[in-house]
Ligand binder design. Structure first.
Ligand SMILES: Cc1cc2nc3c(=O)[nH]c(=O)nc-3n(C[C@H](O)[C@H](O)[C@H](O)COP(=O)(O)OP(=O)(O)OC[C@H]3O[C@@H](n4cnc5c(N)ncnc54)[C@H](O)[C@@H]3O)c2cc1C
Length: 289
């Protein structure tokens, strides 16, 4: 097996062009498990850890450009203000060790339906873009188009994720996850919710309850039309209930060792109602998040 250690981004792209299908490694919290358990074989590993720019983020005030390798621990410490949903999701990932190494770029690269970053990225808005680079150029992939199947994304074999562009929150965001224990747990199901008062829309993300992470589009449209954006009056119980039902209906879960499909649907409706209540309590008309 070849072990490639590019020192620059251009060298990394050239290496991917020479070895399409090489396995990138960032934090290694997924890759090392797969290699150690012989779940994956590869002819070449591409170590991205010398490319320091992948571990940086920047913001122009309207959006955050999150380097692919920024670890969860720094998202929690440094980005809870502009990206509250992703920061909340990051808090639920693994243990401190995993949060110090694991990254959103790696979560996207793994594209597991249970990855915790995905519901938060979907909820953050349709403007979220994955920056995919190759020697052929740059693609800005809308987050809704990124996930194409169970643990499958739309990256070409020679493409690498450089960063994710995420709009700065313009309203409250929440993330909630059900697991079989309180920490170090793969989600039985998870849900991200974001209110976007500027354009009076709602963002959702469902995790671990369909072949891919997905949004609940009907639930988003329904809630956006029912919320009292102007007055801030709390939504009626029937609205909260209906929102939960529509979120559950958008899921396509399976029975597996972590939970049944029926339980996942039930739990998603609960998470949807709960996160809506939390978000609305934080919402003040006319005031940014
Ligand atoms: C004990 C333990 C607990 C965990 N708990 C959770 C949890 O609670 N929630 C959760 O979501 N995940 C969890 N994980 C999984 C893992 O930590 C996350 O998926 C993490 O985000 C992976 O990031 P990484 O940087 O370590 O990725 P890596 O392991 O380095 O890579 C993961 C995948 O992404 C690809 N990749 C990495 N960087 C790039 C790039 N720049 N461009 C293209 N492809 C790339 C790799 O080739 C690989 O396929 C856990 C893992 C362990 C071992």
């Amino acid at each position: 097996m070849e072990f490639l250690r590019p020192a620059t981004w251009d060298e990394a792209l050239a290496a991917m062009a020479d070895h399409p299908g090489a396995l990138p490694i960032s934090g290694g919290t997924d890759v090392m498990v797969e290699l150690n358990f012989d779940l994956r074989r590869t002819s070449a590993i591409l170590d991205l850890n010398r490319i320091t720019e992948l571990g940086r983020w920047s913001s122009d005030g309207a959006s955050v450009r999150l380097g692919a390798a920024v670890p969860y621990a720094r998202i929690i410490d440094e980005l809870s203000g502009p990206l509250p949903g992703l920061a909340l999701a990051s808090r639920t990932v693994g243990s401190p060790q995993i949060r110090n190494r694991g990254s959103v770029g790696g979560n996207l690269g793994a594209a597991s339906p249970a990855g915790d970053a995905h519901p938060a990225l979907l909820a953050a808005g349709r403007g979220v873009r994955v920056e995919a680079h190759s020697v052929r150029g740059v693609r800005l992939i809308p987050i809704d188009e990124f996930y194409v199947g169970v643990k499958r994304h739309c990256l070409a074999p020679d493409e690498l994720i450089r960063a994710v562009r995420i709009p700065v929150a313009d309203g409250p965001q929440q993330f909630s996850k059900v697991g079989t224990r309180n920490a170090m747990v793969i989600a039985v199901c998870a849900f991200g919710l974001a209110l976007h008062p500027k354009d009076r829309t709602v963002g959702t993300g469902i995790g671990s309850a369909a072949p891919t992470p997905r949004r609940a589009s009907d639930a988003e449209a329904y809630l956006a039309g029912e919320l009292a954006w102007e007055s801030g009056d709390p939504p009626a119980p029937r609205v909260v209930r209906r929102f939960g039902e529509l979120v559950a209906a958008a899921a396509d879960p399976i029975d597996d060792v972590r939970g049944t499909a029926a339980y996942r649907r039930h739990a998603l409706a609960v998470l949807a109602r709960r996160t809506l209540t939390w978000c609305w309590n934080d919402y003040r008309p006319g005031r940014a998040a």
